[in-house]
Write a protein that binds this ligand. Sequence first.
Ligand code: GDP
Length: 418
Amino acid sequence: MKKGITTVTAPKLKSRPPVVVVVGHIDHGKSTLLDYIRQTTMAKNEAGPPRREAGGITQRVSAYEVKHRGQDGEEKTITFLDTPGHAAFSSLRERSTKIADLAIVVVSAEEGVKAQTLEALTVVTSTGLPYLVAINKIDRPNSSVDRTKQSLAENNILVEGYGGTIPWVAISAKTGQGITELLELILLMAELAELTTTPSAVAQGFILEATRDPRVGIITTLIIKNGTLQSGDFLTTGTIIGRIKKLENFLGQPVDQLQASSPAVVLGLPTMPEAGAVFVSTKDKKTAETITESISEILLNNSPTNNFAEGVTIIPLILKADNVGSLEALTKEVKKLGTETVALSIINSSIGQITENDVKLGLGTSPALIVGFNIRVEKSATELAEKHGVMIKTFDIIYHLSEWLTEEITRRTPVSEV
Ligand code: GDP
């Protein structure tokens, strides 16, 4: 046994399915592809094609899940963002690359690269979103896969086997040719991306769309990117707070809870949230109310990763800051720290005071360090933290915070036994 060393266990991470967005030039086949996948894979599902339960709150959800058997024989889930009216969604393009984990760039094998193909690629590459190219309409007589690859190369998009490394697949969204390969490629890329979630955490994610129904009120479709969303949770976008009165999955079936990467339909927000807004769930109204400023995408930029080498001591961190800019600076700083034997893992970060809920979250994933910047700690949080030995530290100078974390890292660096 090593003495004098507190080794905290890693937060419980689970892999999660990829969330995929389809982009490309108008008429190159995005909707046809999404419809084809939705229809064929749903029909194969045990549950059969989507059947709405009586009293289901919406007709069609702007995201869906499919199951596909990977090459290892295991059935895996993929979530597709099926955004109605791509034009409307284009204003969200930047956001959509944050919402998604992977992109499919659809290029017609008849037309090759067009203006919106490049526009979509610019957004995808600038945000660092992994993507693959689907060369579509290969059933058409005037199509040419080679000519399309050449057109891509002329625009510096070098696919595999054509001078580059970008994965690609030739498909027909009409006949279904190549779609199995496409799904396999997505699963492969998702595996490489090592997408994870902390199931014990409260949910974070994005609002996909919202509609007002005269009967039931505001119907909101979300995509969960981390944690677990439960019926009865409070939901906040930073400006709108509501309690989830009803939670449904993408098939319109009532459920008690949903996990990361799942689309969710909720009833309970008092006013219309903005499409693309970030949401977080909380267990109590008070915590939801502390998140008053708009919540940054940062929340999702730092989703936990599990690619730590074995034997590395992981210090789970919960970051809290007064505003988006501070949180961003804090996140950047934390990411610079860590050694070969001790790593920092941000399990959650948000804006607002340190609350009891943060402490509970820290407890759930092993004793985490809760670090605040320019914010106060609620009395109840201090009490709970003291009771359970959770460490809370607040700072108003980033440099001091880095210094302190560096000391913590040193303190937790295992000393070889003599
Ligand atoms: P979007 O604007 O990118 O969503 O394009 P759509 O999915 O609406 O497709 C535009 C047109 O191309 C429609 O008439 C589709 O039926 C047709 N289309 C899309 N994919 C294919 C394909 O693989 N083969 C053929 N023959 N037609 C396709």
